[in-house]
Design a protein around this ligand. Structure first.
Ligand code: MLT
Length: 407
């Protein structure tokens, strides 16, 4: 008799964003006359930057020739992209990252979900609350938790991120091995300073722990004092893995390209206490389970670093940040307190009522989709998240409808 992995049975019925999509689909079936504006899942709406389109077209044309055709590429990514990443995303900021420490992939969601395979089942996990649900769910699937009780999984060390700590969690008060951090934060839009990040790096060093740093939203940082990469912090190369994505920075949610940095110094330990480098382990996993991102998509990602590509991505992000301002201003005028939106595409709003109740209210009364804060963790209860990913016209219209519904 084949048994299932019973850890899956501990999970909440469905993944947060699938759940929301189902509710919205039901609403649309029941109200075909209503036009719904989606400010829920962080999915980009504007077309790809022209530089990326041109590069992708040229790469497709190359693939149509005998000389330019390519079969399987290197699993880790083509050198042209890895070199561009190392140079532009890290070395230009004074962060020491080499090309061969970069693993190109088809998404930060997959990478942040898959990375936990490298670690022991009894690794003690620290997770911010609220946070992107993938970190928690994948550890539940892997059997690192007990059951779900009173809104939390047993065995996880939750790091409360609340108004009291400005949505930047304090260090854990009990021992942990693996720490997930996400800045600019999804869902709160909060950011972390270099000084605050240094505290985490030092903690990880002192406690033989590892930080999984999700920087998928770094391109939205506008405050020049804020770090874009954890490798801007001294000592981070030994204790941190970083995840990046072109999804939100270059509009690649449907195109799929991201990367993970595993520095050569980065280590965990074997059962004898011996140091084990993580770079060869992730390389082994990547080569075994992944066959690389397509050549045209990697050429499109490379074009992000051309002068035109950089300018076009900047414009793309500016549009979404301007939307974030419109959302924040409208919610503030309605008397709601909120954070985020300055250096992130998310606005985290205190709704002062059950998150799902607020979700239903906005959907039914305004035809606007948000993400209920409770879906990101217990500390998200009472909040909703509005995403700035939509056209300016839709955002203005959504806020007008919300004003009428709540005002
Ligand atoms: C979100 O809305 O939190 C993200 O778009 C989800 C994702 O990137 O997978």
């Amino acid at each position: 008799m084949l048994k299932v992995n019973e850890h899956y049975l501990k999970l909440q019925a469905s993944y947060l964003f699938s759940d929301i999509a189902k509710r919205v689909a039901t609403f649309q079936t029941n109200h075909p006359e209503r036009d719904v504006i989606k400010l829920g899942i962080g999915d980009v709406t504007n077309p790809l930057p022209e530089a990326c389109i041109n590069a992708m077209h040229a790469a497709v044309d190359e693939m149509a020739t005998t000389a330019g055709f390519r079969g399987y590429g290197p699993e880790q990514g083509y050198d042209f992209l890895r070199d561009a990443i190392a140079k532009n995303d890290f070395q230009a900021r004074g962060a020491e990252v080499q090309s061969d420490e970069i693993f190109v992939s088809d998404g930060a969601k997959c990478d942040t979900g898959n990375i936990q395979e490298l670690f022991a089942t009894d690794a003690r996990i620290a997770l911010p609350d609220p946070v992107y649900p993938v970190y928690l769910d994948t550890n539940v699937m892997a059997g690192r938790t007990g059951t779900f009780k009173d809104g939390r999984f047993e065995g996880i060390v939750y790091l409360d991120s609340t108004k009291a700590n400005n949505y930047v969690p304090d260090l854990p008060t009990e021992p942990v091995d693996l720490i997930y951090l996400c800045f600019p934060n999804n869902p709160t839009g909060s950011t972390i300073t270099k000084e605050q990040l240094k505290v985490w790096v030092d903690y990880a060093k002192d406690n033989k722990a590892l930080i999984l740093f999700d920087a998928a939203y770094e391109a939205f940082i506008r405050d020049p004092q804020l770090p874009h990469s954890i490798y801007e912090i001294e000592g981070a190369r030994e204790v941190a893995i970083e995840f990046r994505s072109y999804s939100k920075s270059a509009g690649f949610t449907g195109t799929r390209c991201a990367y993970t940095v595993v520095p050569k110094e980065c280590i965990a330990y074997d059962s004898q206490g011996g140091k084990q480098a993580l770079h060869p382990l992730w390389n082994r996993r990547h080569c075994t389970k992944f066959n690389g991102v397509s050549y045209p998509v990697q050429r499109a990602a490379e074009a992000v670093y051309s002068p035109e590509g950089m300018a076009q991505c900047q414009t793309l992000i500016d549009v979404y940040l301007a939307n974030a301002k419109i959302i924040g201003k409208a919610m503030g005028e309605l008397g709601y307190s909120y954070v985020g939106g300055d250096n992130a595409p998310y606005i985290w709003i205190w709704g002062n009522r059950d998150s799902w109740e607020f979700f239903d209210l906005l959907l039914n009364e305004a035809g606007v989709v948000c993400t209920p804060g409770a879906g990101f963790g217990k500390c998200g209860q009472g909040y909703i998240r509005l995403s700035a990913f939509n056209s300016e016209a839709n955002v203005v219209e959504a806020m007008e409808r919300i004003r009428l519904a709540l005002g």
